[in-house]
Design a protein around this ligand. Sequence first.
Ligand code: NAI
Length: 246
Amino acid sequence: MRAIDLEGKVALVTGGTRGIGLAIARTLAAAGARIALTGRDAARAGEVASGLGSGAVGVACDVADAAQVDAAVAEVERTLGPIDILVNNAGLTRDNILLRLSEEDWDTVLDANLKGAFHTTRAVIKGMMKRRSGRIINITSIVGLIGNKGQANYAASKAGLIGFTKSIAKEYASRNVLANCIAPGFIETDMTSALPEEARASLLQAIALGRLGQAGDVADAVLFLASGLSGYITGQVLVVDGGMVL
Ligand code: NAI
């Protein structure tokens, strides 16, 4: 028997074709959820979804584009039914110190990381309200809590996501729609693979548990927030960083 049962639930995971998003999709699928994942490349999204089995679907969608998001949500609801769980995971970085940060790099990061969550949440919220049930889980970052040199755009997007989540939590609590954030620390994925060995070693020193995080560590926290075990938790930020920021 599964520890946490999501049988019959439909979960939409944005940016689910690799890294943390893929681990989330796999973990929710293993708990019985029917998965829809989005990626910017249609072929890749379809291929990854077919590897998940149990009728998972992959949909092409750039979360920064409202029309694409609306079309993707409509397609998922046509294919799998109403969305019970939304995981806003899609995100990217364009790092630079402020003096060299271009307006384009600012907009690209804010559009994907923050506006993207606005687009997807707006597209699913009506259905969740009507059914008086829903979970929205936004993947922010410890950088959104403490800031980081060279990441003013990314930190602003992730801090914004926290304010967005708390507001949604307050607006829709009366309809039993719960919204929370997960703030990962340093997780080994494509996003962090370019870090030089020296920086990696000094990061390790700062992590109380003495290891870098894995995508599955974040996925397990998502499973908790998607499940019946967290029915009295909303508007919170769950930090998954191995004790890095204490
Ligand atoms: P990744 O780069 O491996 O995967 C990100 C996914 O988001 C990719 O599938 C990418 O195609 C998708 N994506 C990016 N922009 C998109 C857009 N406009 N529309 C649709 N999809 C888009 O990165 P990773 O590490 O798996 O990150 C996942 C989330 O976790 C991101 O939101 C990231 O900011 C967050 N995070 C990651 C940490 C880490 O240490 N890896 C730490 C804290 C937060």
